[in-house]
Design a protein around this ligand. Structure first.
Ligand SMILES: C[S@@+](CC[C@H](N)C(=O)[O-])C[C@H]1O[C@@H](n2cnc3c(N)ncnc32)[C@H](O)[C@@H]1O
Length: 291
């Protein structure tokens, strides 16, 4: 009778790196395999690396193999492990929402800076197209001064955002509203943040498979020029903004000039600035109304 000894952590990691690397490239395959195995075993990566010679239980090995297969098919790591860090907070994510990106943290920073310039007691912040709630909840965690409202047209996205507000103990701090952009928002808005869809339709087929196949299309696509949702928002804002309010919109790197033109045409009394991200790419539009 052939008796096989159980596999070690090191052995299953090596096979996982081969499976993930063969489909997605080897650059981050080892790191991803370690994250998936640490998640399976519910231990830190540091502890995993200290236990490479230990045997792995059959049920853990089977669960890990399932996750490795999903990753090898191209599913984003964040959906497989079910969470993503954003602005120092841990967000639950699944395929109902866009995975929050680090470049969107700039929007949070700009909004917190603008908040300091607003003198009255309870400024109103609205985050339009909140998805997982990333921007709204990061703002709520970092200020207790503002009333914060987060909107999304997708009930599925709002369900995830509400789950995150409960996980982060911020349910009292953010009000969620299912609506089209700002429709039905009554309060004058002091700060409006929005990371709305901005991918032009013709670019869909060229998006990385990870994004194209797994992230919600409603979170990504925005008409022929990628500005259709932002354009509709800008047409709504004048009726909603406080007299000296701020708007911060995320855009994609090639949209800086077009976004400036759009704001100038639609909101002639507003000041507009385009800011770059850490990679030097156009990323955030600031629109300021002054009395
Ligand atoms: C690019 S995702 C961003 C999600 C989140 N703000 C973030 O930064 O991670 C855009 C979000 O806008 C929502 N959305 C798209 N069209 C909308 C509309 N007309 N009104 C409100 N939300 C909309 C989508 O459902 C999606 O959750």
């Amino acid at each position: 009778m052939l008796i096989t000894s159980p596999e070690t952590i090191q052995e299953v990691l090596v096979s996982a790196v081969r499976a993930i690397g063969a489909r997605n490239g080897y650059a981050s395959a080892r790191l991803e395999a370690e994250i998936l195995l640490a998640h399976t075993l519910n231990i830190s990566r540091a502890l995993l690396l200290a236990r490479l010679g230990d045997a792995i239980a059959d049920k853990d090995a089977a669960q890990f193999a399932g996750m490795v297969a999903r990753r090898a098919q191209g599913e984003p790591l964040a959906y497989i492990v079910g969470h993503q860090e954003f602005y120092g907070l841990d967000f639950y994510v699944d395929r109902r929402v866009l995975i929050p990106r680090h470049e969107t943290e700039h929007v949070v920073e700009f909004a917190l800076r603008a908040l300091k310039k607003i003198p009255h007691l309870e400024p109103v912040i609205v985050d339009a197209g909140t998805g997982s709630g990333a921007i709204a909840l990061a703002l709520a965690r970092n200020t207790s001064r503002a009333k914060i409202i987060a909107t999304d047209i997708s009930p599925d996205a709002l369900a995830v955002a509400k789950l995150n507000s409960a996980r982060l103990h911020l349910t009292e701090r953010v009000e969620f509203c299912q609506t089209d952009l700002l429709e039905g928002i009554a309060a004058p808005i002091d700060i409006l943040t929005a990371n709305l869809p901005y991918i032009p339709l013709e670019r869909f087929e060229r998006l990385p498979r990870e994004i194209r196949r797994y992230e919600p299309r409603l979170a990504l696509m925005a008409g022929l020029d990628g500005l259709s949702v932002i354009r509709r928002l800008l047409k709504q804002v004048e009726a909603h903004m406080a007299r000296s309010g701020f708007i911060f919109l995320e855009i994609s790197e090639e949209q800086g000039d077009a976004a400036r033109e759009l704001v100038t045409a639609l909101l002639p009394r507003a000041q507009v600035e385009i800011y770059r991200d850490l990679e030097g790419l156009d990323r955030v539009v600031e629109i300021r109304f002054e009395e």
